[in-house]
Design a protein around this ligand. Structure first.
Ligand SMILES: [Zn+2]
Length: 318
């Protein structure tokens, strides 16, 4: 029996999701609100309160042992604050304290969304069974997280593994973060699409200019679309190779909308990895698509909560 039960929150720029999750990772109760991302901070918090209100109204709530929060970043787990780039009303916002006001006695664990997805992949997905893993989310942005020595490695502030803002092109384009040539500036969905459009690729009759449309064109052999994915793959490969060289990861798991391009991304990525991951101890690195789906943020937040108070794993029992 899986007697453990925790509450999980997944806070992003478009939705605030909540759930009660058991020790086997099953979602027993869920609640969701759109994120009023352009409103003031307290209005955003009211939406979080509504989600928590639905969870606390459940008869199962009495069994909840901890609250896990995965939030769009940056977060500061040491201070319990969040400053999500796409929620301007929250800057240094005391999210942990506010959640505690609504949930009372329970311990609250805060991690960044990239770390949350890493926790989910390590618990239930492609990184299961690996003690050293990098998990990446490549979508509108590029995020990530690390598992080191068998454990999630959130770092002191909960942002470790934020691979999207490693520079892989020293004199590259300026990135909104302030640096140049970041992985995200090259490999995110919008940047894949932008580069294809700049190179002369034109969308079809549906005017779809998303990275998915570029992927479809690449699959059909469009050279500019292929080149844009090739460039993104190079950036990802260089960053994965750097990570592997630094901390000896055994597997890199890639999820997010851009990873749905499948072979259009993974074939040039695995090829480029041979160019960048050259030392003997990184040559056997596995690169694989993520397995967890839209609930990954919730499952990962639950994993963090279970790790803090209760226990994670199929063998755990009360
Ligand atoms: Zn950057």
């Amino acid at each position: 029996m899986q007697n453990h039960l925790v509450a999980a929150l997944d806070i992003g720029g478009t939705k605030i999701a909540g759930a009660l999750v058991d020790g086997a990772g099953r979602i027993l109760v869920r609640a969701q609100r759109p994120t009023p991302a352009q409103e003031d901070g307290d209005t955003v918090m009211r939406a979080v309160g509504q989600v928590l209100g639905e969870l606390t109204a459940s008869p199962l709530w009495a069994r909840a042992e901890a609250v896990g929060i995965g939030s769009a970043g940056p977060v500061d787990a040491s201070l319990g604050t969040v400053s999500p780039v796409n929620i301007p009303g929250w800057r240094g916002y005391p999210l942990v304290e506010r959640v505690r006001q609504l949930t009372g006695r329970l311990p609250v664990e805060l991690i960044g969304d990239g770390v949350a997805i890493t926790a989910a992949e390590h618990w239930q997905g492609a990184a299961q069974g690996y003690d050293n893993a990098l998990c990446m989310v490549v979508s509108t942005g590029v995020g990530g997280g690390l598992v080191l020595g068998g454990k999630l490695h959130p770092g002191p502030t909960g942002n470790a593994g934020h691979i999207g803002h490693i520079s892989v092109d020293l004199d590259g384009d300026p990135c909104p973060c302030g640096a140049r040539g970041c992985v995200e500036r090259i490999a995110s969905g919008p940047n894949i699409a932008r580069r294809a459009l700049d190179g002369g690729w034109q969308p079809g009759a549906d005017r779809d200019t998303s990275a998915a449309a570029v992927a479809a064109a690449a699959r059909a052999g469009h050279p500019v679309a292929l080149a844009s994915f090739e460039r993104a793959a190079q950036a990802l490969a260089a960053s994965i190779a750097a990570t592997a060289t630094l901390v000896e990861i055994e597997i890199a798991v890639i999820g997010g909308g851009v990873a749905k391009a499948g072979d259009v991304l993974f074939t040039p990525l695995r090829r480029a990895l041979r160019d960048y991951a050259t030392l003997s101890f990184v040559q056997n690195l596995t690169v694989t698509p993520a397995m967890t789906g839209t609930d990954a943020g919730l499952v990962g937040a639950a994993a963090a909560a279970l790790g803090s108070g209760a226990r994670v794993g199929a063998g755990a029992s009360a």
